[in-house]
Design a protein around this ligand. Structure first.
Ligand code: G6P
Length: 368
């Protein structure tokens, strides 16, 4: 295939802007948009009725999507999830007796460690499923169930649209699983799928904040280190935000669960340390704010990414604030991820690094 950048300066920027559309396509595979009912993709006879434990493994950005998947499946379907980076899963010899499904997440479908983990799971007699973007890939071919993301070809080495499509697929699947397991009734299902159907619009709202994010990026580019904090549903997003920034700008960035701050990273905080706090006004907002205040008290430079209700709560201490609209919790990780993609992108542009082809990285790692 041939893909060009259109009017965009980089593939990454183009791919960031494609998200409303490709998230909508992906959602269409998991939700019947006329009835609002969740479904497994056509042709896959996967049922979650008897699934009580899922072992998830993936690499890189896919791993953070997998972590998000764990939060979704545990919250909406009450399915316990184990989670490993694939390079550990394949050698860890974890007892898998009570695992009902091994789930892999991969954009390329060719990552060596993820493929080896898939083969290992099959050898152990597990049912396997893969959330995968390239439908002709080895992982798609070898998995019992193929759960597509419809992000289209992703050229930028740093994953963007594949990630938000993975979140979309996993969120919708967890709703399906919740219904099949009797955890969610029809009304709860509709409420969640309606919320997910807002994802394309909410991502558009996030994209409209690009100028404000670019301004933050100018400041970020003057730093050598950064921290990203989030709790609950925002924890995987903080990890992914830190990964994006380090991949693209070579700024040393770490993502942390906000509550873990006091067990180490707080020692790093001074006036020169930017701290990006992901905090929608959700059930853990107050807790995150109190962690943020610990940072503020030590002079850390806080960038708060929140929503209208969070901003109205006037939590003191933020140096700058990005404000998204209020939105249901299931869809928030998707929109917040987009803000962090733009932050990493513009920081890299500012620093003059090779956005689409960062040094030392490969789009698909087919060696161990
Ligand atoms: C490489 C890419 C990452 C990607 C990871 C896993 O490191 O640079 O963007 O997240 O591989 O790739 P996969 O294709 O399995 O999702």
């Amino acid at each position: 295939f041939y893909v060009d950048k259109g009017n965009h300066r980089h593939f990454m920027q183009k791919e960031i802007y494609e998200q409303p559309e490709v998230i909508g396509h992906t959602l269409g595979a998991y939700v019947d948009l006329t009835t609002g009912r969740s479904r497994v993709p056509v042709g896959q006879d996967l049922s979650f009725s008897n699934v009580r434990r899922i072992a998830i493994s993936a690499c890189g950005t896919g791993f953070y999507a997998g972590l998000m998947g764990r939060y979704f499946f545990e919250r909406y379907a009450r399915i316990a999830c184990d989670l490993d980076v694939a390079s550990e899963f394949r050698y860890r010899e974890s007892p898998l007796d009570d695992v009902d499904l091994a789930l892999f997440v991969s954009q390329s479908g060719e990552t060596a460690d993820t493929l080896a983990s898939l083969r290992y799971a099959k050898e152990q007699g597990l049912a396997t499923a893969a959330v995968v973007n390239v439908q002709e890939s080895t992982i798609a071919r070898e998995s019992r169930y193929v759960l597509p993301t419809l992000a289209g070809p992703e050229i930028g080495v740093a994953s963007t649209k594949a990630f938000t499509c993975q979140l979309t697929a996993l969120a919708a699947l967890s709703v399906r699983a919740g219904v099949e397991r009797g955890v969610l009734d029809g009304a709860a299902e509709l409420e969640l799928t309606r919320a997910l159907a807002e994802a394309p619009r909410l991502v558009n709202e996030a994209l409209k904040l690009e100028d404000a994010v670019e301004k933050l990026a100018r400041d970020m580019a003057t730093h050598r280190h950064a921290l990203f904090l989030g709790r609950g549903f925002s924890f995987p997003i903080a990890l992914e935000g830190a990964l994006k920034l380090k991949e693209l700008s070579y700024i040393h960035a770490e993502g942390y669960a906000a509550g873990e701050l006091k067990h180490g990273p707080i020692a790093l905080i001074d006036e020169t340390m930017p701290v990006v706090v992901i905090a929608p006004h959700d059930r853990v907002f107050e807790k995150t704010v109190s962690n943020m205040q610990e940072v503020a008290a030590r002079g850390g430079k806080i960038v708060l990414v929140t929503d209208a209700s969070g901003a109205a709560a006037k939590a003191v201490g933020a140096h700058s604030t990005i404000v998204l609209p209020d939105m249901p919790e299931i869809v928030a990780p998707i929109a917040y991820a987009v803000i962090l993609q733009m932050l990493a992108y513009h920081t890299a542009v500012q620093m003059g690094t090779d956005v689409d082809q960062p040094r030392n990285l490969a789009k698909s790692v087919t060696v161990e």
